[in-house]
Design a protein around this ligand. Structure first.
Ligand code: HQG
Length: 186
C-alpha cells in the first residue's frame, strides 16, 4: 500500500477503534480490544480498499503511526488491537492515576477560548481531556481546529489538590476536567 492509502486506513482505524466499531459491526470488549483477524476480515469485506489488507499492513500501521495510536496484545492465541487513547465510547484503558509534571499543555483554537476561559477545559465528546508535556505537540493538536491557541495547565497543582491524571501508553496525558483556575494562555 502506498503512503497516502496507509494514512487513510490509519484514520479509518482510529474512527473504528475510538468512536464507531459498529460501522463495521466489530465486536469490542469493554477495554476497547478487537480481534485483529476480525478487523482485517471486516475491512476487506467492506470493499473500501482496492488492495487486500493483511496482518502485515496493520502491523506496519501500528509500528509507523506517528503518534503510536494503536496497541496490540496476544491472548489465548489470538491477537487483539485497540486505540491507545482518544475514545469517545466508554472503554476501560486500565490506566493508573499517576503524578503529572508540574506543567502540561493543551492546544486548541482561539475561537474556543472565551468558552474555555469561562468553563475550563472540558472533555467534550471524548472520554478525557487530552494534554501534552511539550508545546510542539499541543501546537499540532490545536492547529487541527483552526487558529492555534495554547494553554498552560498547572497539572502539578491540580494533582496536589486531588485531580487525577493518567498517562496513555503513547504518552498522552489524560484527565477528566481542567477548571479555569488552573489554566493560563501562552
Ligand atoms: C475544545 C488527537 C469550548 C478543546 C489529538 C478541543 C489529541 C472546548 C475541542 C486528541 C472547551 C475538542 C484529542 C470549552 C475544550 N468550550 N471548547 N469549555 N473545552 N474545548 O478533538 O484535545 O491525532 O475532542 O480545546 O492529537 O483537540 O487523532 O480534542 O479543541 O491527542 O491521534 O474542544 O486527538 O489525536 O476537540 O484532541 P477534540 P483534542 P489524533
Amino acid at each position: 500500500m502506498n503512503n497516502s492509502k496507509i494514512i487513510k486506513l490509519e484514520r479509518y482505524m482510529s474512527y473504528l477503534l475510538r468512536h464507531h466499531p459498529e460501522d463495521l459491526n466489530l465486536n469490542m470488549d469493554n477495554c476497547g480490544w478487537v480481534k485483529l483477524d476480525e478487523l482485517i476480515t471486516k475491512l476487506n469485506e467492506s470493499k473500501k480498499y482496492s488492495e487486500n489488507i493483511t496482518k502485515d499492513t496493520i502491523f506496519e500501521i501500528v509500528k509507523t503511526s506517528n503518534k503510536k495510536r494503536f496497541d496490540t496484545e496476544e491472548y489465548n492465541n489470538d491477537i487483539y488491537i485497540r486505540a491507545n487513547q482518544g475514545h469517545s465510547i466508554p472503554v476501560d484503558l486500565n490506566l493508573n492515576s499517576i503524578c503529572p509534571p508540574d506543567i502540561l499543555y493543551h492546544g486548541t483554537a482561539d475561537r474556543f477560548s472565551k468558552s474555555i476561559d469561562e468553563k475550563g477545559i472540558l472533555k467534550m465528546s471524548r472520554q478525557y481531556v487530552h494534554l501534552s508535556s511539550d508545546i510542539e505537540t499541543a501546537k499540532q493538536v490545536g492547529m487541527r481546529h483552526g487558529n492555534c491557541l495554547i494553554y498552560k495547565v498547572y497539572a502539578g497543582r491540580m494533582y496536589r489538590e486531588g485531580y487525577k491524571f493518567y498517562l496513555s501508553k503513547n504518552n498522552v496525558w489524560l484527565t477528566n476536567f481542567v477548571p479555569n483556575l488552573y489554566i493560563e494562555k501562552i
